[in-house]
Design a binder for this molecule. Sequence first.
Ligand SMILES: Nc1nc2c(ncn2[C@@H]2O[C@H](COP(=O)(O)OP(=O)(O)OP(=O)(O)O)[C@@H](O)[C@H]2O)c(=O)[nH]1
Ligand SMILES: [Mg+2]
Length: 475
Amino acid sequence: MSVLKNATFIRGSCIRTIKFSTSVFCKSKDFEVSDHYIDEVLTSESVYNDVAYNYLTVGDSHNCLIIQPYVKWGPRKLSISPQEQLEEAVSLIKTLPSWTVQDTISVPLETLTKKSLFKSGSMEKLSRIIQKNPSISAVFINASSLKKVTNIILQENFRLPILDRYKIVMQILKLHATSKHAKLQVALAELYFVQRKAQLDNLFTSSDSETMKLMFQSREQKLKKAIQELRNQRMLLRSKRKKLDYPLVAVVGYTNAGKTCLIKALTGDETLQPKNQLFATLDVTVHSGILPSGMEVLYVDTVGFLSDIPTNLIECFVATLEDAVFADVILHVEDLSSSCFKYKRNHVLTTLNELSSQSGHCNIMDKVISVGNKIDLAEIVEESDLVTVSAKNGIGLNNLRSHLEKAILKFTARQILTVKIPNGGDEIRWLYKNSTVVSEIPSEDNQQLIKAKIIITDSNLRKFRHNFIGNVRKS
Ligand SMILES: Nc1nc2c(ncn2[C@@H]2O[C@H](COP(=O)(O)OP(=O)(O)OP(=O)(O)O)[C@@H](O)[C@H]2O)c(=O)[nH]1
Ligand SMILES: [Mg+2]
């Protein structure tokens, strides 16, 4: 034991991949709220189904004319160009199977608040475009949510179904929701949508309004309760993970930025399926990976952000984004090939900021690492604060891992050390339990000692010193 008096702590740098088990927390998708309970909550009453059907049905497929209204000048002018907005609208439509885009057009406006949206000249021009192309079966106005009166006027003029961003996003979410949690969140988003439409149509003031109101209220309560249950379970899982002491890295970003693809590249997890679709990921999943020192980390894949959608839709997915707030480091993945990546960046950072102040965590922006993805498709990048990668082609991944490791060591108060300890003693057993042992090699100068490279939190290091070195000193 006396050798421990001279136990040495050397800042280590050698690299070895440690073995790790794909344990329970990897790819954990659904949490254990009873299936029966969730099914019961998701099964809606026939009255609700009828009302919802009325508002949500948009047809199995459509050939769309996409119209981008935009304000040319003044404070309502956006930093994203109409062309870029149209590109996103096209992606939204293409995400829906068998839907196609027939034509796109942007229309400058003085204001977005006019009842008919468009002036009579523009309205006539648009009607002519529609008449000339009989293949067009619906008109998608790429605006967050249209007023009822606007919808009626446009429908009368164009004689086709009118769709807005809310309706299209709802279709995509419904299509992509496969897990219990995602289905519940989408059901809640759908309920808010239907409720708002029903209110606008004065359904709540009709003879059976009270029954209708109660029905909506009870459904909302049930859904919220089930979501809260899942949220509690997620919190439990999170605290269990914390006890296991694996650093947690949340991967966030605008939809389609390449978050899933990046996690796949960093972890080699073949089960992950990046897709060229918006809102491909609707579930939070966790995947383990190894950093250069051998440290094991958990990457959390999250739901993508999308600008210009009604806030109640975002609220339904806030629980999912809580994982970002609680993570040790946040990787903000940005698509460098997108011409409006700065607009998307602002949207993501603003939403994250709001989220963190709502949850009382004020400093989450300090733990954000900006990752510029799709560098293979991008032109010259002048952003110096970005770690650039191509998740698809595997470019820049080691550099990113190094950045990430430094950030984790800093934010989680961990150190990488090499300790000289007895071979097969209590010390190494303790270290296996309370730190990550990256490697063990025999000491050159003493056969009875080993050099163990460890990654350990400051608090555990103090315990180690106290348990072993301190005791030895006393003896
Ligand atoms: N060329 C290129 N394509 C990429 C790269 N990274 C991702 N992609 C592609 O971008 C598309 C979106 O990738 P995902 O990883 O699904 O994006 P996401 O951010 O997870 O998207 P959501 O889950 O919908 O929010 C897929 O078609 C990927 O193959 C890259 O570095 N280069
Ligand atoms: Mg994804």
